[in-house]
Design a protein around this ligand. Structure first.
Ligand code: ZN
Length: 276
């Protein structure tokens, strides 16, 4: 099996896998969705009772939303995740009590009238845990309202809850091959704009494909041409794969982790089969 990277940005990856099977491509997709871990807020403590401002003004610890909704919204905020530095809380040497190897603490202290944003989460400890996407609205506070919370983040996987899913919209399609039978195709009459991704061009009396990897195998060109003049086939051993991350981990880190997990799972199956 071979991987050729076509595009690798901070939170986006596009690559071509060859010499593989649809089952393999699908396992990679599933591991990316449900097994690549990330940090998310899992515990939120709300301060109850009056909150004092710096000038001695008293605020009420009430907001227009229920605490549960605020806790849920905080859970969905993408947090910077350092996979090499953290253990799952349940597997940590602290036996799940919570320590710097498995949890990150945040505080949030905001007074109204104002809007509470994800960027108001203050990491207790290193600044590298500061939320990168700062303007996700959490709740709007009225005059005399304030919010004071302590939140604990820990590692989890998409299998547990969607808030622990670092990879979004992973997908793949068969590698396309488009061929033209010029005995049946009248190039002059053929309308290249039939292709919704605009990859067909007329060139020197023939049809040229500008970027075959953009082809979605929709078959619009096949329908627009006389029967048998254009064929589009997908290669079942080669795939164009792409996915995004929510910026908690980079796309390259997600791909590396997914490959590692897939290898581990396959080795486990092979071991069990051997012992039969
Ligand atoms: Zn721990």
């Amino acid at each position: 099996m071979d991987i050729e990277i076509r595009e690798m940005r901070d939170n986006y990856a596009r690559f071509v896998i060859s010499d593989a099977s649809p089952q393999f491509a699908n396992s990679l997709r599933r591991v990316l969705i449900s097994d690549v871990p990330k940090m998310a807020i899992h515990n939120v403590e709300f301060h109850l009772g009056p909150i004092m401002g710096e000038d001695g003004k008293e605020f009420e610890s009430v907001t227009p939303l229920f605490d549960e909704i605020i806790a849920h919204r905080l859970g969905l905020v993408p947090l910077p995740t350092y996979l090499d530095e953290f253990n799952f809380r349940s597997e940590c040497t602290c036996k799940g009590e919570g320590c710097p190897s498995c949890t990150v603490m945040y505080s949030l202290n905001k007074k109204g009238p104002s809007t509470v944003y994800s960027g108001d989460l203050e990491p207790l400890g290193s600044d590298k845990f500061r939320v990168k996407d700062e303007f996700i609205p959490i709740v709007r506070l009225g005059a005399n309202q304030a919010l004071l919370v302590y939140a604990t983040a820990e590692l989890g996987t998409g299998k547990q809850h969607a808030k622990f899913q670092a990879v979004q919209a992973p997908g793949y399609r068969y590698y396309p091959t488009i061929s033209f039978n010029y005995d049946k195709l009248d190039v002059e009459k053929f309308d290249t704009s039939c292709c919704p991704v605009r990859i067909l061009e007329k060139k020197q009396g023939k049809i040229a494909v500008t970027d075959v990897e953009k082809c979605t195998l929709c078959g619009a060109c096949v329908d627009a041409a006389p029967k048998g003049a254009v064929t589009v086939v997908g290669d079942e051993t080669k795939f164009v794969f792409q996915f995004e991350t929510d910026s908690s981990i980079s796309a390259s880190a997600a791909l590396a982790k997914a490959s590692e997990l897939l290898e581990k799972k396959s080795a486990e199956i092979a071991k069990q089969v051997d012992s039969l």
